[in-house]
Design a protein around this ligand. Structure first.
Ligand code: SF4
Ligand code: SF4
Length: 478
């Protein structure tokens, strides 16, 4: 069915819906998948040129095994050429799971009477943040259901509270938000509290599928959600994250939807999304999702590589919904951020008893099942072993370098000047304050190897700063 934008009364041209399902299917159904064409598209992406929807359609329609390997290799090459080897780490913190919506795939939906509803008090919030700081985290994303209790003012208060929590050498230096779409005034309120990125995932970019899964509540309004990040831009909150929940609809369509959304923000506001997330649907309590659109591991790895090529200037977030094995494989395609030590049971970071019990996840108090339950320390060990630099860097946001992924992509030497030195310095802090004894030497060796990747003029300064970190100074960044 054709989606008719004009049926929605939206005054501002830029806030009109920009997704046309028929057009996206036309691109997919008429894609050119000849070897020569696909290779030309891969080469174009490696050359750091943006891909149009027809080109992305060619990649998603490619089924030739040899070409799929070339797409993946292209993503690996692009990653090596553009992004260094640092992986930025963060943790999600679920603040409240009250929800007035009924998303059929979510354990927190309003109709699910078995779900335990919790909103962290200030005290619980502080305890959880302290627990995350004790592990070494510096970046959080606060996650909320959609409920009147989670007003912009309440979220802004939480953000201010989190920034004030300092335990030992611990502090949270960047707070991102994943919450309901807001109006322009609401986005302003949140921006004033000093957030990093505001994420709103469209879940599915197909309006008909959207209707099936979002049966009531404000979230059932496809366009209100689709245009929410335009409102954020109007509120001058230009650091936004988009995402699709893979498994609700055809993955090829969703990849084109994400690219269309990124292009729309870029065209209208001169700044694309800071990040793209691509969670795959997982088991949840009372889920009504069929397996018709389930995304296989093969298709998932392929789609991540395609996204890397299609939007090379946007950060890709890979979450702990995926298993350790899939995360390891997909990291090489250029994901720049991952969560680690993730707990999605409400308040679980601070709950020592639960930690000791270490029982199975409990679906009555979690949104879905996660695939990678390792601790932050375990994830760091694996990153160090596989030659990635675990990074807790928050420098761009604090230096006012907005559109950071665009800069990282387009400013010559950005990685050597900023990302690698900051990754080294934040890892040095982690080694001094939180690392297990057996991790320390391997991590210092990794730093030693990576000093040669720092811009030569800066190398001496970075070495001096490492010494300062060893002597107790913190939060040194470029
Ligand atoms: Fe509520 Fe979000 Fe779950 Fe939908 S996905 S039911 S909005 S918590
Ligand atoms: Fe991200 Fe900027 Fe730090 Fe690089 S320097 S890791 S782009 S915050």
């Amino acid at each position: 069915m054709k989606f008719e934008p004009q049926q929605y009364k939206i005054a501002d041209e830029r806030m009109k819906p920009f997704i046309d399902a028929e057009e996206i299917w036309d691109f997919i159904n008429n894609a050119n998948t000849e070897k020569k064409e696909v290779r030309k598209i891969i080469a174009k992406a490696i050359n750091k040129e943006r891909l149009n929807l027809a080109e992305v359609a060619s990649l998603v329609q490619t089924t030739d095994k040899e070409l799929i390997e070339e797409i993946k290799q292209g993503a690996i090459d692009l990653k090596k050429k553009v992004y260094g080897n640092r992986i930025v780490l963060f943790a999600p913190l679920y603040v409240g799971n009250l929800c007035a919506n009924n998303c059929e795939y979510c354990g927190f939906k309003a109709s699910n009477k078995e779900a335990k509803r919790v909103t962290l008090s200030d005290k619980q919030l502080i305890e959880n943040v302290e627990a995350l700081e004790d592990n070494g985290h510096k970046r959080l994303i606060l996650v909320y259901g959609e409920h009147k209790k989670y007003s912009p003012e309440a979220i802004a208060d939480n953000v201010r509270t989190v920034y004030k929590v300092k335990k030992g050498n611990g502090e949270i230096r960047r707070v991102n938000i994943n919450a309901a779409p807001l109006d322009i005034e609401g986005f302003r309120t949140i921006k004033d509290a000093g957030i990093g990125t505001y994420q709103v995932f469209q879940e599915t970019y197909n309006p008909e599928a959207y209707k099936v899964y979002h049966t009531s509540g404000k979230k059932s309004d496809f366009v209100n959600r689709l245009t929410s990040l335009d409102r954020a831009q109007e509120a001058e909150l230009d650091d936004v994250g988009i995402g699709a929940l893979f498994g609700l609809y055809d993955w090829r369509y969703e990849v084109l939807g994400l690219v269309r959304h990124a292009n729309h923000l870029e065209a209208c506001y001169n700044v694309g999304p800071h990040t793209i997330s691509f969670p795959r649907i997982q088991e949840s309590l009372d889920s009504k999702v069929t397996d018709e659109y389930i995304v296989s591991d093969d298709d998932f790895t392929k789609l991540v590589a395609i996204l890397r090529l299609a939007v090379p200037y946007t950060g890709l977030i890979l979450t702990a919904r995926e298993t350790q094995e899939i995360r390891k494989e997909v990291l090489q395609f250029g994901c720049s951020q991952i969560d680690a030590g993730t707990k999605i049971e409400m308040g679980a970071y601070a709950d020592d008893a639960k930690e000791e019990e270490k029982e199975k996840q409990k679906l009555d108090s979690e949104q879905f099942l996660i695939g990678d339950e390792r601790s932050l320390a375990d994830v760091i060990d694996e990153l160090v072993e596989t030659d990635y630099i675990p990074s807790f860097c928050t420098a761009c946001y604090r230096k006012g370098r907005t559109g950071e992924h665009f800069m990282e992509f387009s400013v010559p030497g950005f990685i050597k000047k900023f990302c690698t030195p900051n990754a080294i310095l934040t890892l040095s802090e982690y080694i001094e304050d939180y690392a297990r004894p057996e991790t320390k030497q391997a991590a210092w060796d990794l730093i030693e190897r990576n000093l040669s990747e720092v811009e030569p003029k800066l190398r001496g300064i970075v070495e001096e700063r490492i010494e300062k970190v060893k002597q107790g100074e913190r939060d040194l960044y470029f």
